[in-house]
Design a protein around this ligand. Structure first.
Ligand code: GLU
Length: 471
């Protein structure tokens, strides 16, 4: 199969493979697949040194079957129209898989953020937002951006402020963007959400004895060795929750090189070292690997690409030793690499599912913004007094006295508890659905990525049915 297809063509190839297992009319399948809207924005900015530069940005709204459309905004030199459309399409399937009632979208600005000052980035982000407003590409019920590669809560705060300034509907305007800072109507746990979702997903995938046997591993995450490619927001938080789950992180790769220690790396120390020195090079307790691509070929149980697309290719896939590939990035595996890895019996946990934690918690943030009430505000005290009443009843009936420590473990659910519980539930349910589809068709007939696409197609087709477009 050709490797030189565009990113969007590759996404559609995966879609077509899955569509063959459904019986929907071709016209409907074409409608699901096509990108509904996309826009290329160009605008000038004045650099700090007085020169003028043309900035290229895009926003694609892949599917309007549910509104708003939703997806991140990335800053990278690789951004182009095809990439943004492909990523928007992946957002459509991702949202469908985790029952988040949004269509897919994605935006991007073609730049290397390290080459711009903070105030230049602010001017670019605000001007881009202004372009979105002018073209009707942003709004709580239209299209809602979020952080992605190269952006963070700072850019989201500038987007919110620009939108608020220009909006006539001040009531719901705060829901025009998610991934906002907590103090600006963000939600607890959004920053951690994608990494945390990755670990909830891996935990679920590794819990099935049958599936683990197929790849020659024992069930459960504890003791499994992991290599991470990418140590940004997603990679860092994945490492954090993997360590909590007692998996052993033995390799971390960044663009400038990788570090490896088969005994395990302390992710927190690595992060601190990078903070102090600017890179992971010369990190003391590890071997430094100059070419970060070699990290993909390290001996490990789980390989987690958590950076950009097209990392696992026809060239390196034959050398990949990991038994499980957890796609924390969007589109990290090329079609050819996918085939090679499947042939070698690896379990690929697909991006459309595994990195859906971010958009899931974005959905919670959007709901919170529209409801204008923090999660837990209504029920927390009530739950707490119910639990305390139960404690007192048990003490009275048994004569046992609960200690202060025991009492403190019980509390009414606050926002963090509810976000994590909703995220975990979402990741477990979505995996079970994918797994069931896979088993129904036969493990050797349908891989996890295809099963995920089949499920997404069913769910999107159902939405079209509800819209009355397709009887
Ligand atoms: N950028 C994230 C993604 O690719 C999150 C999108 C969102 O929260 O809207 O899934």
């Amino acid at each position: 199969m050709a490797e030189n297809l565009s990113f969007f063509q590759k996404v559609n190839q995966n879609f077509d493979k899955a569509a063959r297992f459904t019986e929907y009319p071709q016209g409907l399948l074409d409608q699901i697949k096509i990108c509904n809207n996309s826009c290329h924005f160009t605008f000038p900015i004045k650099r700090d040194d007085g020169t003028i530069q043309t900035i290229h940005g895009w926003r694609a709204e892949h599917s309007h079957h549910n509104l708003p459309t939703k997806g991140g905004l990335r800053y990278s030199t690789l951004v182009n129209e095809d990439e943004i459309v492909a990523l928007a399409a992946l957002m459509t399937y991702k949202c469908a898989l985790v029952d988040v009632p949004f269509g897919g979208a994605k935006g991007g600005i073609q730049l290397d953020r390290n080459e711009y000052s903070e105030s230049e980035l602010e001017r670019i982000t605000r001007r881009y937002t202004y372009e979105l407003i002018q073209k009707n590409y942003i709004g709580p019920g239209i299209d809602v951006p979020a952080p992605d590669f190269g952006t963070s809560e700072n850019e989201m705060a500038w987007i919110l402020d620009t939108y608020l300034t220009m909006s006539t509907d001040k009531l719901d305007a705060i829901a025009c963007v998610t991934g906002k800072p907590i103090e600006q109507n963000g939600i607890q746990g959004r920053k951690e959400a994608t990494g945390r979702g990755v670990v909830f997903g891996l935990e679920e995938a590794c819990s099935y004895e049958d599936d683990m046997k197929q790849v020659g591993l024992d069930p459960g995450l504890p003791g499994k060795t992991v290599v991470l490619q990418g140590f940004g927001n997603v990679g860092y938080h994945a490492a954090k929750y993997l360590a909590e789950a007692e998996a052993i992180i033995i390799g971390i790769a960044e663009t400038g090189g990788a570090i490896y220690n088969p005994e395990g790396l302390d992710f927190e120390k690595v992060a601190m070292f990078r903070e102090e020195t600017g890179s992971i090079r010369n990190y003391p307790d590890a071997t430094f690997i100059e070419n970060p691509n070699f990290s993909l070929e390290l001996e490990c149980d789980i390989l987690i690409p958590a950076a950009l697309e097209n990392q696992l290719t026809a060239e390196n896939a034959p050398h990949v030793k990991a038994r499980i590939i957890g796609e924390a990035a969007n589109g990290p595996t090329t079609t050819k690499a996918d085939e090679i890895l499947q042939e070698r019996g690896a379990l690929i946990i697909p991006d459309t599912y595994l990195n859906a934690g971010g958009v899931t918690v974005s959905y919670f943030e959007w709901l919170r913004n529209l409801s204008h009430v923090g999660f837990g505000r209504l029920a927390r005290r009530f739950e707490e007094s119910t639990y305390n009443a139960m404690f007192r009843a048990v003490e009275k009936a048994t004569g046992y006295q609960f200690s202060d420590d025991e009492r403190q473990t019980v509390h009414g659910a606050d926002e963090t508890d509810l976000v994590n519980s909703g995220l975990q539930d979402t990741m477990i349910n979505a995996y079970q659905e994918i797994r069931e589809i896979r088993l129904k068709h036969g493990r050797d007939v349908v891989d996890s990525r295809t099963a995920a696409f089949i499920n997404a197609i069913h769910k999107i087709a159902q939405s079209y049915m509800q819209l009355g477009i397709f009887p």
